[in-house]
Design a protein. Structure first.
Lengths: 328, 291
């Protein structure tokens, strides 16, 4: 009976934790120790990963194209920074508050993405991001305006681990938060709820016809993703002790889209893989040409779309004749 | 007050010329082209560079900007855009963002990140004032020139779209691409020429707007959002929709910045979201066309 693949089996195998996943997370948790000189970039990778995973839930699993995901990222960052500055410096409480606030905004904004075509959705998400950016810019008595929010001092994590200059605590903190939220996201997309999301992505009309409450699912998943993006933003603000207007920028939304597309959508580890590749690439290119690295990112995007991701990561399919592969 | 209205109209007309190409390509090919601002930027830089380095007069630069941007648009349509028409919207968005990033970085690299200044000819520099007190109307000659050019272009476009054979082919292709192809319309050629025209108009708009909007390498990204607003609000099925949307946006933006400078661009974005929530397909939707 062991080799019989029933439909039940097929559904549950994707849900089970595989050995390589456990190994990956063990490696991630060990990385600040193993590569202690690169703890800062490990921290950044963890943040970008969390951000990408949050976008993946709505883009890869539900099929909502959003250009304004940075709105929640920025809101989370500003909330965490302001909370630390004005109320109390404990990072975990700040994190909870930031997640709460961005979830709230997500719930409000989820009303805007239900109707309309892709273009309308694109514009509305973009518009929310721009409005928040304008707000952060104009409320300069609160947010520091264009100078950014400075002078944020974070307390130690759990009252014990101080944030140090080498960034090791920061990296561990970010990876732990990422791990917790990742496990939650993984449960979410593998649950029956997640299956209905995929049904909505693949065919909204049919999903509606078999009785899935499409509108409700869309708003719930958008709200959840907003909360996760807010957590990523909060990590950013807490580990750098700084929040600035560029957190809301259009570039950030575009970057995270790129991260996700590099790694692959509709697969939570796509965000992980994409974030690692993207951050290392950004680091490499900007060390060669600090000012013009957006050109290479742009070129990469164009090539990626024209060639197709599937073929780009399989170079042997480029010349089918030499390798005797099937002809197109 | 009338002055603000006047400036708003000039600004709106300019936005319309910049965005109309985008409206047509989006409606025609169902292609979300975020790189439209890059073509406008090309037009602007052609004008600025020709005037500064070669000394070509302003009026000669305008058609050259149109031709340059149209040529570039045509080449890119044929080589890069065409394979993407039937790809998902996400791919199109990524592709055109990539193009925009490349355009911004190249402009930065070759020309420099400083704001470019355009030297207007003497006869466009003045300002005429009419009326008294609250009803005083101050018209910058350059703004007047912009309104005249854009109005002429709008009338011309409307004529081409409604009265000529090319226009009816274009509208047929917009409504239903497959049936149009079945009727013997060479849809590819229609696409190519329309895309080139749209890019050319964007280039012309960029050239005209270099003085009003300012021209630096981030132009492509900064104004892309405005173009998209015009298209999203106005709808893509006619040119009167985007025209009204552009005028509305122009007036709201200028008036908002004048009366409530604290809120800045805020009003525009809120207005857009409100309108899109109210009518997700845009304000003016023609029935019967395929959306």
């Amino acid at each position: 009976m062991k080799h019989v693949v029933t439909s039940m089996n097929a559904l549950t195998t994707t849900r089970r934790w595989k050995p390589w996943e456990l190994a990956l997370w063990a490696l991630a948790l060990a990385s600040p120790l193993l590569l202690s000189r690169h703890a800062l970039i490990i921290n950044e990778i963890a943040i970008v990963t969390l951000f990408a995973v949050s976008l993946d839930i709505i883009l890869g699993f539900t099929g909502i194209v959003s250009l304004g995901h940075a709105a929640f990222f920025g809101l989370g960052a500003y909330t965490a920074a302001l909370f630390a500055k004005l109320v109390m410096p404990d990072p975990l409480v700040g994190m909870a508050v930031a997640i709460g606030v961005s979830t709230l905004l997500g719930a409000v904004c989820s009303m805007t993405i239900i109707r309309g075509s892709d273009l309308t959705r694109l514009m509305v998400t973009l518009g929310v991001g721009l409005i928040l950016m304008e707000l952060a810019n104009k409320l300069d008595w609160l947010t520091g305006g264009a100078d950014g929010l400075q002078g944020v001092v974070m307390g130690p994590v759990l009252g014990r681990f101080e944030f140090d200059l080498s960034g090791r605590t920061a990296a561990w903190y970010s990876i732990s938060v990422l791990l917790v939220l990742f496990v939650l996201a993984r449960r979410l997309v593998n649950s029956p709820f997640g299956a209905t999301l995929k049904a909505i992505r693949d065919n909204r009309l049919r999903a509606m016809a078999i009785g899935i409450p499409v509108t409700q699912r869309l708003s719930v998943v958008y709200t959840v993703a907003a909360g996760m993006a807010g957590a990523a933003g909060a990590l950013m603000a807490q580990t750098t002790g700084f929040a600035s207007l560029d957190l809301f920028e259009f570039n950030r939304s575009a970057d995270v889209l790129l991260v996700l597309v590099v790694g692959g959508t509709g697969w939570l580890y796509g965000g992980v893989a994409g974030a690692i590749v993207f951050k290392l690439m950004q680091d490499l290119i900007s060390s060669i040409t600090p000012q013009y690295w957006t050109f290479w990112i742009g070129l990469f995007l164009v090539v990626l779309v024209l060639v197709g991701r599937e073929r780009l990561i399989r170079p042997w399919t480029w010349f089918p004749r030499f390798f005797g592969g099937p002809k197109a | 007050m009338l002055t603000i209205l006047f400036d708003g109209i000039a600004y709106g007309m300019l936005l319309f010329i910049l965005a109309v190409g985008l409206a047509v390509t989006m409606g025609l090919m169902n292609f979300i082209n975020l790189a439209h601002g890059a073509f406008a930027m090309v037009g602007g830089y052609i004008t600025v560079l020709l005037m500064q380095r070669v000394g070509v007069p302003f009026l000669v630069c305008l058609p050259l900007a149109f031709l340059g941007a149209a040529l570039l648009g045509g080449i890119l349509e044929r080589t890069l855009y065409r394979p993407l028409y039937h790809k998902p919207h996400l791919d199109q968005v990524l592709f055109s963002i990539g193009l925009t990033f490349m355009a911004v970085a190249s402009a930065d690299y070759f020309i420099g990140s400083t704001q470019q200044i355009i030297q207007l000819p003497e006869w466009l520099k003045g300002r005429t004032e009419l009326g008294e007190g609250a009803w005083r109307l101050g018209m910058g000659h350059y703004r007047l020139f912009i309104i005249a050019v854009c109005a002429a272009l709008t009338v011309g476009l409307q004529f081409v779209l409604t009265k000529t054979r090319f226009g009816s082919r274009l509208r047929a292709s917009v409504d239903d691409q497959r049936v149009a192809a079945g009727l013997g319309i060479n849809v590819n050629v229609v696409f190519l020429s329309t895309f080139a025209m749209g890019s050319g108009l964007a280039g012309l708009g960029g050239a005209l707007g270099a003085e009003v909007l300012g021209l630096d390498p981030t132009f492509a990204l900064k104004f892309m959002i405005y173009f998209l607003i015009v298209v999203a609000v106005g709808g893509t099925s006619s040119i009167s929709g985007p025209l009204l949307a552009a005028l509305l946006l122009g007036i709201a933006d200028v008036a908002g910045k004048y009366y409530i400078p604290k809120l800045g661009a805020f009003i525009v974005y809120c207005l857009m979201i409100a309108i899109l929530l109210w009518r997700p397909q845009g304000l003016f939707v023609r029935k019967g066309g395929k959306s």
